[in-house]
Design a protein around this ligand. Structure first.
Ligand code: ADE
Length: 224
């Protein structure tokens, strides 16, 4: 998979992709992540990338020219399966979307700032608009990092134990059951007996019951 990220703040995205699972996925050649600074495509002598909005009102709008120039350049180099715009008014991301995106080859992700991008970018280039939740971030970068992380960890070979992505919360519309490790007792707080029993049928049944119970209490919306 190849992911191109279009941003005004590439430094915001250095951290999330330079450690742990994301770093290893790139080192193993399972994903290539390319950062592009939109400002480099401004032809204006002050390198401006935004302007006042037509019709008046507070807040700057990201201009069409540098973004269009960058997208056109990338599209001339390869085909993209999706050109994604991170925006709070997009469709709210869920595990199903992550699964779908993990099957794609080339993704482009545009991060918004200020009041957003000129609407003509959305109309003529963007194929998918994603929100990571009903709140507003100061820019799309952290949201893009969430999308990339949640998609890349699903690529075959990224996680050491491949089954661990399949048993994540949400993969079967259930939250995960509680987990424990040693010691079996701490401060008098005991690990549930069944987990120490060695009876894997019983353990599986207990985990299913706990997952269902947790989902019913915390996220009943997932069950319908
Ligand atoms: N940009 C600002 N807020 C956002 C959100 N909630 N999701 C995606 N992109 C955003």
């Amino acid at each position: 998979m190849r992911i191109d990220i279009l941003t005004l703040l590439p430094e915001l995205l250095e951290g999330p992709f330079s450690a742990s699972i994301m770093k290893r996925a790139q080192e193993k050649g399972l994903v290539e992540i390319h950062m592009h600074n939109i400002r480099d495509y401004s032809t204006n002598k002050h390198k401006n990338v935004d302007d006042y909005q037509y019709g008046g009102g507070a807040g700057m709008v990201m201009s069409i020219e540098p973004i269009a120039a960058l997208i056109d350049k990338l599209k001339a180099e390869r085909d993209y399966d999706e050109i994604i715009y991170m925006t709070p008014d997009g469709e709210v991301l869920d595990q199903g979307d992550c699964n779908d995106l993990s099957l794609k080859g080339n993704l482009m992700i545009l991060c918004g700032h200020y009041k957003g991008v000129d609407e003509r970018i959305r109309e003529h280039y963007i194929t998918k608009e994603i929100s990571i939740g009903s709140y507003v971030l100061s820019g799309g970068e952290l949201a893009a990092a969430v999308v990339v992380d949640s998609v890349v960890r699903l690529l075959p070979g990224v996680l050491n134990d491949e089954t661990s992505a399949l048993t994540d919360s949400f993969q079967d519309n259930l939250l995960s059951p509680p987990v424990y490790t040693r010691p079996p007792e701490f401060n008098g707080w005991k690990v549930p007996e069944v987990l120490l029993s060695g009876d894997f049928k019983k353990i599986d049944a207990w985990r299913e019951e706990q997952a269902l119970d947790r989902t019913t209490k915390r996220r009943p919306d997932l069950l319908y």
